[in-house]
Design a protein around this ligand. Structure first.
Ligand code: GTP
Ligand code: MG
Length: 242
């Protein structure tokens, strides 16, 4: 199956490997979409929901469950990447240990990382640790969109209030803020919209490859690297000194 196939229909979802660090990640030939967020926010659950396969990534009510960079290949042509969460209490005693260095390294330096889904719990008022992590993403020009999770656990009004409060806190950091999505791994809410985000990114990659006049299959690495460079150049305009 080629990469021109509609990615909204996931027909194969395969576990690649668990990597302890960036150097242990597999080859850079496929576009990657990664999930990041506080421990227990629902990263692994959302990955399974998008892949349409419960049990693909391991889910647990215990925070800090995912400890490695877990990579999964969809339709043999793009990857979903489940990352360890941040803010897990037992590793949060020291400030320096609150964020995982391997995760930061992956987010900052993986050339085929197309887009990050930054997960925030829709039932909570803005948390300092989430704001701090988003600030890190902005600082490092990591391309991301927001996904507010677990909408089944909260009223629509409360979710809206929390999302508005969060986006209000960060609005001064951007000229154009990242897109905001909501989801529930329990009900499947948001699945179509998030797969469309991935499809749009994949279409952009293929279009760039075609424009370069090289067949998409053989130029995939090249166009992704170019895309990574482009993403890093697209540092949002920030209205405050860092
Ligand atoms: N009600 C509800 N529960 C959810 C949802 N998503 C995840 N959960 C639950 O939240 C808990 C944590 O889910 P995970 O997907 O393991 O969270 P995670 O972000 O991968 O957590 P770490 O790997 O520890 O960083 C589990 O008990 C899930 O069943 C959701 O959309 N709705
Ligand atoms: Mg997890």
């Amino acid at each position: 199956m080629g990469c021109g196939f509609s990615i909204v229909n996931i027909s194969s979802a395969i576990f690649d490997c668990s990597a302890p660090d960036l150097d242990s990640c597999p080859d850079e030939s496929l576009p990657e979409f990664a999930f990041i967020g506080r421990s227990n926010v629902g990263k692994s659950s959302l990955l399974n929901m998008l892949a349409g396969e419960q049990g693909l990534a391991r889910v647990s009510p215990t925070p800090g469950f995912t400890k490695l960079i877990n990579l999964f290949t969809m339709n043999k042509c793009w990857r979903l990447v489940d990352l360890p969460g941040y803010g897990f209490a037992q590793v949060a005693r020291e400030d320096s240990a609150r964020f995982n260095q391997s995760v930061n390294d992956y987010l900052e330096n993986r050339p085929n990382l197309c887009l990050v889904f930054a997960l925030i719990e829709s039932g909570l008022a803005p948390q300092e640790i989430d704001l701090e992590f988003v600030e890190w993403l902005v600082r490092h020009a990591v391309p991301f969109v927001f996904v507010f999770t677990k909408t089944d656990k909260v009223s629509a009004v409360m979710a809206h209030t929390n999302i508005a409060a969060f986006t209000d806190r960060i609005s001064a950091w951007f000229e154009k803020p990242p897109a905001v999505f909501t989801c529930s791994a329990a009900t499947g809410q948001g699945r179509q919209e998030l797969l469309e985000v991935i499809e749009d990114e994949m279409t952009a990659i293929n279009t760039a490859a075609n424009r370069a006049g090289v067949p998409p299959e053989s130029s995939r690495n090249l166009s992704l690297e170019a895309r990574g460079r482009e993403n890093r150049k697209r540092r949002p305009d920030l209205n405050r000194p860092w």
